[in-house]
Design a protein around this ligand. Structure first.
Ligand SMILES: [Zn+2]
Length: 104
């Protein structure tokens, strides 16, 4: 299988060198997945934000709800994630059970 490359901020990176992260509107990270998932003897490649979202949230109704609330997916280099973003996981205001759309 040819290695998939992606361009982030003008840099070409192997897709496998990146994570998909989902951010809440306030910028907190709420979900993360690798770009490839072992599936039996093959590998499932999550090459688009839509594929990553479908993999993480199988129910379309829930995906639509997240999109409506402004949650977005982005590809980030693993190096950058570990250097800058691994502290940015969800704040207390954005845990599912206490979501209040009026708060920021
Ligand atoms: Zn937050």
């Amino acid at each position: 299988m040819p290695e998939l490359k992606v361009e982030i901020d003008g840099q070409m990176l192997p897709l496998t060198g990146c994570y998909w992260i989902q951010s809440a509107p306030c910028g907190c990270i709420v979900a993360l997945t690798t770009t490839t998932k072992p599936k039996g003897k093959t590998v499932k490649v999550l090459a688009s934000a839509e594929q990553a979202h479908e993999h993480m949230v199988p129910l379309k109704r829930e995906r639509d709800d997240e999109s409506r609330r402004g949650y977005t997916w982005a590809l980030v280099a693993k190096d950058r994630y570990h250097a800058e973003l691994s502290d940015a996981w969800e704040c207390g205001q954005h845990q599912r059970a206490t979501t209040d759309p009026g708060r920021i």
